[in-house]
Design a protein around this ligand. Structure first.
Ligand code: ADP
Ligand code: MG
Length: 299
């Protein structure tokens, strides 16, 4: 069966070894899971994504990544969230990093909504009903665990001293937030614009949970990071403060705490960039730090 895909882009993003193993993997799941009409989605992040049709389940998404703990936590989180706003999980071969999930249709991303108030409304509506207590919290890392791990990693990077110092500061702030917000919910962990898709009846649905444990407040900052623009202009700063104020009012969390949550998440995001050999943007880290120091919000 021919599968529509962009070989060059797959090789340049996921590497040649991944590409060489891909065709055999596709053949295997086409046969075992009775799939047809495979077509790659033009999206290059962690996993290689294909639309397809399953004889049993209808329209599906086949998600193929490098086997890692994230596939297992995503699998466990999707199972726990079955029947909610999350997409359904149909099949999995976790050891090989492969999931077959419900395809959300039409599937346009939250990013495509041009008005900020509409994006915030949709985010808050989903957020309000999102979180469950995990059936077994030992299946997942904790949010604080993520923060402490990457902070320790950065201390070993002589070439990124400034960013590492920010990450140390972020860890301290995160520990204080961890004490103040002690909930132990199953978090999405990557709750942003490309993981919120339009489904039928104009209802937005959620995909791609990382599966991590912590208070629900730790699921807020990732969305705000995705609102960042290429440059930090005065216009952007006004938008940023508007987002913080609106979320604070709608979710009933102090603005100062949301600013701190964003700083922690921003540090972590750029340190993860360093870890995966991408260039971090220290300006974004500095901006979020300065915003936590505004005397109006310090509490
Ligand atoms: N269940 C789904 N239904 C429709 N589109 C999907 C689905 N899962 C993924 N996609 C599409 O593929 C993109 C990337 O999927 P995602 O699971 O977030 O990959 P990654 O793990 O690499 O971030 C999404 O933004 C969306 O456009
Ligand atoms: Mg994603």
């Amino acid at each position: 069966m021919t599968v529509k895909m962009n070989a060059n882009k797959i090789i340049s993003h996921f590497g040649e070894t991944f590409y060489n193993a891909l065709q055999a993997k596709l053949d295997r799941y086409i046969n075992e899971w009775h799939l047809s009409e495979l077509e790659q989605i033009d999206y290059y992040s962690v996993n290689c994504i294909f639309k397809c049709v399953s004889e049993i389940h209808g329209s599906c998404i086949l998600k193929i990544g490098n086997p890692c703990r994230e596939t297992l936590t995503e699998y466990n989180a999707l199972r726990e969230y079955d029947g909610t706003s999350f997409c359904r999980l149909y099949k999995a071969d976790v050891q090989n990093g492969v999931l077959l999930i419900e395809r959300i249709i039409p599937g346009s991303r939250l990013r495509e909504i041009t008005h900020i108030d509409k994006r915030l409304d949709i985010f808050c509506d989903l957020f309000a009903n999102l979180h469950k207590t995990p059936s077994d919290k030992s299946l997942y890392p904790t949010y604080l665990g993520w923060v402490t791990r990457i902070a320790a990693y950065m201390r070993g990077r002589e070439d990124y001293k400034t960013l590492s110092a920010y990450m140390d500061e972020a860890e301290k702030i995160c520990r204080r937030l961890w004490d103040k917000y002690p909930g132990e919910m199953l978090l999405h962990g990557d709750f942003h614009h490309d993981n919120i898709l339009l489904g039928s009846y104009c209802k937005y649905r959620i995909i791609d949970p990382k599966g991590v444990v912590g208070d629900r407040v730790f699921d807020i900052p990732r969305f705000i990071l995705n609102e960042f623009e290429d440059e930090i202009t005065d216009g952007f700063k006004a938008k940023y403060l508007y987002i913080i104020k609106t979320l604070s009012e709608k979710l009933n969390i102090p603005e100062g705490d949301i600013l701190k949550l964003v700083f922690v998440e921003m540090c972590m995001a750029h340190c993860w960039n360093v870890e995966s050999s991408r260039t971090p943007d220290i300006r974004e880290v500095e901006f979020t730090k300065i915003m936590t120091e505004d005397e109006h919000y310090v509490n």
